[in-house]
Design a protein around this ligand. Structure first.
Ligand code: GLU
Length: 304
């Protein structure tokens, strides 16, 4: 207790120089690798912000938390699990291999690209545009930020270079896992990955999970069991193939994205939003993970 959070953030800022910004989406390569921001939103209503907390970044895979949450709210568990598993994987986030080799052909989990695309296909809505609006609307209500919107330049860049995601989606269409037209669904997926947020928005989504489905405004938007499931899958699958190390070293449910964001949940205590666009070899914010490690030690965050 009483740890100097600003000093912990400053101490870890030097690690930003050791990572690389994502470049496979050309627009992401323009990010400033030296940024490091933090927001802690406590379940008692206090908010603490540090460093580059107010810089905007695209959510990328962090948005998969909201997509999975929407799919859980809109489907029964048996119908969702007919299409998707919740197993960790050491394969990369955009890997296609298990879709072919596993006999059930289902994506391994909702936090790799194939699984997020299938989750999105299960979200309520007659068209992919409706599904996009359903997820964005839920995000806006949870965060209390109606101004959340798509960064058009990143969206166009993703759409122009998203052939791996097209390969995943067309493959899943061929095996019957995806049942809707591929291109409009991918368009909605690219737009959701390109939703721009800051550390405060991420922390408020995390705090919502820390409070088991209750927003800061006191609105209940998801049940306790649903939030528990989301957090459990975050714990096992949220940090790409670095999830095991992260569980051991930090010990909180978390989800990262290649835009440098990390959403962390300290159940019952606080939601954490981190920005650090310089990534490690797993695709996680390098300085962000180091920062979360130090905070976990200082505040005894590990759930294990
Ligand atoms: N939009 C990115 C993609 O589909 C998200 C990847 C990520 O953050 O892991 O490639």
């Amino acid at each position: 207790m009483g740890a100097d959070i600003a000093a912990i953030v400053q101490k870890n800022a030097r690690f930003t120089a050791k990572g690389q910004v994502a470049s496979y989406i050309p627009e992401l390569a323009k990010q400033d690798p030296s940024l490091l921001g933090l927001c802690l939103m406590h379940t008692d209503g206090r908010t603490q912000c540090f460093g580059d907390f107010d810089k905007k970044f695209t959510m990328q895979s962090v948005v998969k938390v909201a997509v999975f949450l929407s799919a859980l709210l809109d489907n029964s568990l048996p119908s969702l699990f007919r299409k998707i598993n919740i197993s960790p994987t050491a394969d990369g986030f955009n890997s296609i291999v298990s879709l072919e080799t596993k006999s059930d052909k289902k994506p391994l989990n909702p936090f790799i690209n194939s699984g997020a695309i299938v989750s999105l296909s299960m979200v309520a809505g007659g068209t992919p545009q409706d599904k996009f609006e359903r997820v964005l609307g839920l995000l806006q209500r949870i965060t209390g930020n109606p101004t959340l919107e798509v960064n058009e330049a990143v969206y166009r860049s993703e759409r122009a270079t998203g052939d791996r995601n097209r390969a995943l989606a067309y493959y899943m269409k061929s095996t019957g896992i995806l049942e809707c037209p591929v291109e409009p669904l991918l368009d909605a997926y690219f737009r959701l990955c390109s939703v721009e947020a800051d550390c405060r928005d991420i922390a408020s989504l995390a705090c919502f999970l820390a409070r088991n489905g209750v927003t800061a405004a006191g609105e209940t938007l998801a049940g306790r069991d649903t939030c528990r499931l989301v957090k459990a899958v975050m714990s096992t699958c949220g940090m790409y193939d670095g999830s095991g190390d992260f569980a051991a070293l930090v010990g909180i449910p978390a989800k990262s994205g290649v835009g440098g964001g990390i959403l962390g949940v300290v159940p019952g205590r606080c939601g954490v939003g981190v920005l650090g666009p310089a990534l490690d070899e797993h695709g996680n914010s390098l300085a962000g993970v180091m920062l979360l490690h130090d905070l976990s030690e200082a505040f005894d965050w590990s759930i294990y």
